[in-house]
Each structure stands twice: as structure tokens, then as C-alpha cells.
Design a protein around this ligand. Structure first.
Ligand SMILES: [Zn+2]
Length: 163
């Protein structure tokens, strides 16, 4: 079926022009957060990984999103009940070594964590301290509560505020 000529599909025919780069967990329960933030899908550069981690690859995407594509804000959204809360990196490594009998060179880390709010604060600081991400780009962090479906903003050096 052909879309009508007046239909705007942000995914087709136009170069990407994101307003916000969003780093978030791959967890599907986070899929409705765009609506909560009042954003259209076309406004968001989505960077997803397990555990909402600012790792080498997330930094690469954030640098390109802000420097090349023009994203003007970075939003990091972690969540409660994340699968990355249930183990330590060492436990996972030992388990995989035992199950496979192999010790590969990568991944060097799994980035498991114990506290979503604290973890979010750490990720904000990692972004904020990167020399290739402009200080003029605001970096905001949130924790999405999967039970109450509410977002709490996390500040780099303070308490979370439920919005
Ligand atoms: Zn998660």
C-alpha cells in the first residue's frame, strides 16, 4: 500500500535530523518512553545496548550523533528490574568459562550494576567528561520504573526526582 503524498514518514526520503540522542537498554519495556517524553520517533537517535552503558560503541555513536547529525541533547534512560542487575561481571565470566571451557579476549566487561540510579549517574559523568562531546550539549539521565511506568530524573551529583 502506498502512503498518501501528505503522509510524513520520518524514516524515509529525508536525511536523519535527530534532536535528541537517546541511550537506553534493549529491554522492550522501554519502548513507550518516547511518548512519555513527548518525542516523535524521527526526533530521536536511538542507541540501545544491554544495561544502558556508555561504552566505546555508545560514545562513538554519541559523538557522531551530536557532531555529524546535529543532535542537540543527550538523554540516558536506565530502568528498574534490568537483567544486568542480577549478576556481577566476574560471576558471568566464570560461568561462561565453565560452560564453554574457553577464555576469549572479549568482551572485556559486561557492565553489570547493582543500582540503576547510581549507574545512570556514572553514565552521565562518562558522557560529560568526553572531550569530543560538546559541553553545550545537555546530558540528562532518567530511571524508568517498569512497575509504576514513571520516569525519575537523575542528576549527576544529587538525588533522583520523580516526574
Ligand atoms: Zn535493562
Amino acid at each position: 500500500m502506498q502512503p498518501s503524498p501528505t503522509t510524513t514518514d520520518p524514516g524515509r526520503g529525508r536525511p536523519a535530523a535527530p534532536k535528541i540522542a537517546r541511550v537506553t537498554c534493549a529491554d522492550l519495556r522501554l519502548s513507550s518512553v518516547e511518548q512519555m517524553l513527548g518525542l516523535n520517533e524521527g526526533d530521536v537517535d536511538m542507541i540501545r545496548n544491554f544495561g544502558t552503558v556508555i561504552d566505546d560503541d555508545a560514545v562513538r555513536s554519541l559523538v557522531l550523533s551530536t557532531r555529524l547529525l546535529g543532535s542537540r541533547e543527550i538523554v540516558i534512560i536506565n530502568h528498574t528490574d534490568c537483567g544486568m542487575l542480577g549478576f556481577t561481571d566476574t560471576e558471568m565470566e566464570q560461568r561462561l568459562r565453565k560452560e564453554t571451557g574457553r577464555s576469549p579476549i572479549a568482551p572485556a566487561r559486561f557492565y553489570s550494576f547493582t543500582d540503576a540510579e547510581e549507574n545512570t549517574r556514572e553514565q552521565i559523568q562518562k558522557v560529560r567528561s568526553h572531550p569530543w562531546i560538546s559541553q553545550e550539549v545537555p546530558v540528562r539521565g532518567f530511571v524508568y520504573d517498569v512497575d509504576t511506568e514513571r520516569l525519575s530524573e537523575v542528576f549527576a551529583d544529587g538525588e533522583a526526582v520523580t516526574g
